[in-house]
Design a protein around this ligand. Sequence first.
Ligand code: B12
Ligand code: SF4
Length: 449
Amino acid sequence: MKILLVRPPRIKQAITVSNFMFSEPLGLEMIYGVFTKNHTVEIFDMMIEKMSIEDKISDFKPDMIGITSLCIDVLKVIDLCEKIKKCDEKIITFTGGTQALLSPESFFHPCIDYVFNYTTEDNLLKFLKMEKNIEGVYQRQNAFKDVFPKGKNQYLLPDRKSTKKYRSYYSYFGYRPAAIMEYGLGCENRCSFCLRWRIEGYKEVEIDKDITIPDLENIEEDTIMFIDNDFLASRQKLEGFLEIIRELDLKKNYIIYGSVKGVLENQDLLGEFASLGLKAILIGYETFKDEELEIYNKNISTLSNLKASKLLKSLNIDVWASFMAHPDWDKEDFVNFRKYIKKLKPQITTINPLTPFPGLPLYEEYKDRLLYKADDYEKWSFGQMIIRPSKISIRSYYYQLMITYLYVNLFINSNTDMLKKYGPSNVFRIATGAIKASKNYIRLMIKGG
Ligand code: B12
Ligand code: SF4
């Protein structure tokens, strides 16, 4: 059988992330790894490809097409499936990915044959045998009424060769090319605005070494970004990882997501990690107000954020900080916010308006102030306001966001330092992303939201 695995094209609303970080479709590489043993499989990354799906179908002649999805991709996925069925009704269409896990019903559509709510090696193999009832999979032939126990995605060994022709495009902030992988799943922190512990569970579980070690050996890129929700979840986890890279004698650049608590508790191990290649930590400092950190259930304070930032500076580890603009901020708050960023002085700063996804406690709290419906999928991009501001107009709010972005890029980021570390082409890419993000806010400001 011939199987095409597709990542849908980027949509405009994804600006906030797409220019700063653009990673490989890890989920599709895992599916590829299972299917390729007995079938002819190809990954078609439409975030890079210029060719249309129609031309790809006439070129590759697939029997099945599987599409991965995030929240903002829903309309694109449906559109692609309509086009596929128009080309050839016999082609089997199936979807999976984060959106199919969180809201499978968004894909219950006449052009989609199967929706993988969660994905395991077992259900992928049963799907290939076209079994009638498969755990984790909704089927159109059953009117999408399938009933099965709740489940989680299984972390499988990705086949990195499957994206060989695209790999030079994949990047993470200052590093290109960069691979992504995961060492541990879940997150015990359970912040109230965050989806990630809902996707992977609220217990930190280490991935089997039989996957981690060969995967580390397979990655050819010099830079690996670990997408673990909190790489610093425990000393034991960190010690285990350092032991592996020491034994494998890997010489790589590492980038991780880490919590402030993890930074403060593991100063000694972070020093060692830095000497083995740790270059940057993505940290959610979130806000300059302690009361908001409490509402977010972050278990940190603005003071601990400052301590962590000093400590990381002393270890020469870059901080790529993310913040969430709260909808109740007024002009004065934005001024204080900018002062706080100046004190923390991260190497890179991203700011997103608070976006509480459906199903999260904060969604319920702000339900009456939402500017968009839960199924206005493309709006839930982190790039625009979702909650109506309470103290200033939407237009002034976007103005403040834009000013903050410009302030950060002109006065906080040390461009000479970035040039030295990342090289001109990467700095140019990041600067283009920042300009696009500012332009996005100008557009939204003019529209008044
Ligand atoms: C890496 C990453 C990215 C990468 C690549 C994502 C991709 N899949 O293409 C990049 C940087 C491009 C990216 C971009 C964005 N991202 Co992102 N990203 C992540 C991150 C950190 C990890 C995702 C991942 O690779 N997980 C590991 C893989 C193995 O899991 P998986 O893809 O789900 O795959 C498993 C199954 O789902 C299955 N599967 C996957 N695809 C398919 C397809 C088929 C057919 C089948 C059968 C099965 C299957 O196979 C795997 C088996 O275990 C998550 C956070 C997190 N920890 O989840 C956020 C996350 C997924 N991103 C998110 C968002 C919002 C975005 C952006 C919209 C942000 C923005 N404003 O730009 C953009 C959207 C890009 C676009 N479509 O235009 C949100 C998703 C919210 C939602 N409800 O969907 C998350 C959860 C982060 C968050 N803060 O909440 N992202
Ligand atoms: S630590 Fe990060 S990944 Fe974990 S729940 Fe909080 S925001 Fe989400």
